[in-house]
Ligand binder design. Structure first.
Ligand code: PA5
Length: 305
């Protein structure tokens, strides 16, 4: 499947009805994963707070992991060493294990395995990896899912906003800095990682209100400020909107505003995720770069074996 077709498959991925069978009793959730799979845990942890959710992007699990933990290992390939290592540790601690994967060693584990379709780049399979968590813990209505499908379909047909952003970043040879606030901080991070992997440029994410306590000074006084392209995802909260306005005022900087579209969190979240997918994809095309190429990541993994 070419990369454009992978992007277009997101609207169908969100119809993926798979659910996790949760243990009768658990007190916390730990989600482990790296890169395109790991970001799924971040997104979920930001939108779900009925239980403590800790996301691990590393080899080891926190000390508190025990038989009261629901441990969810997410790896598209099923072969990522950090995720497999964390999963083994969680097994040793008697946690309840769930694996979300398209195959590999993770699929062969003696645990609940949610098998997702293979053949995509991991970062293009976000819907398949996120929806089992969303279906299980947030239980969206069918109407919500269908409306989200429609919003994504419309973007597949017309993503002129993404093209415009990509072209501005490209023409000015800037590095994107994506700023957001709850519940979209992890979306800003996803944009950063999509810029990295698809368009092969350095990019950064940052969040309000925390950035008002550190990055605000360099936003006015750093060197090379003209090398960055600042994007601010429109905050849900009035107070944070005021912060974004006042930050631009005191730093004399302009942020390009991006507004979520939709009526529910699911719709807005996926709209923003997909917009970031398209901006990074369009930027890759402008740079004449293959968005699916991750050869250096693969070479690094091989050399570590
Ligand atoms: O998007 C990618 O290709 C990477 O970020 C991978 O997701 C990352 O290397 C981890 O691999 P996997 O998703 O197979 O666990």
């Amino acid at each position: 499947m070419d990369f454009a077709a992978e992007l277009k498959s997101l609207k169908d991925q969100i119809r993926y009805r798979s659910r996790i069978v949760t243990p009768g009793v658990f007190k916390n959730i730990v989600i482990s994963g790296m890169g395109g799979s790991g970001v799924v845990g971040r997104i979920f942890a930001e939108i779900y707070s009925k239980f403590p959710v800790v996301v691990v992007h590393d080899y080891h699990v926190p000390d508190f992991v025990d038989s009261n933990t629901l441990f969810i290992a997410i790896s598209y390939s099923g072969n990522t060493e950090e995720t497999l290592s964390a999963c083994e540790e969680a097994e040793e601690r008697n946690a309840s294990i769930v694996a979300i994967t398209s195959g590999g060693s993770l699929a062969r584990k003696n645990c609940q395995v949610i098998r997702i379709p293979p053949g995509l780049q991991p970062r293009s399979a976000l819907g398949y990896m996120l929806m089992p968590l969303v279906n299980t813990f947030l239980n969206p209505s069918q109407e919500d899912i269908e409306r989200t499908h429609l919003i994504l379909k419309e973007m597949d047909e017309n993503h002129s906003l993404a093209s415009k952003l990509a072209s501005e970043i490209f023409k000015q040879e800037r590095f994107p800095v994506v700023m957001a606030s709850s519940p979209y901080r992890s979306v800003a991070y996803r944009w950063k990682t999509q810029f990295n992997e698809n368009a092969k440029i350095l990019a950064f994410s940052s969040d309000f209100p925390e950035l008002n306590h550190n990055e605000t000074m360099p936003l006015k006084l750093s060197y090379s400020l003209d090398r960055f392209y600042f994007i601010a995802i429109k905050p849900e909260s009035q107070r944070i909107r005021k912060r974004v306005d006042v930050t631009q005022l005191v730093t004399e900087r302009t942020f390009t505003a991006v507004e979520p579209i939709g009526d529910t969190l699911l719709q807005k979240l996926f709209y923003l995720i997909h917009l970031g997918d398209y901006v990074s994809y369009e930027l890759a095309l402008l740079r004449n770069i293959d968005p699916s190429d991750v050869s250096l990541i693969e070479e690094l993994k091989r050399k570590l074996q």
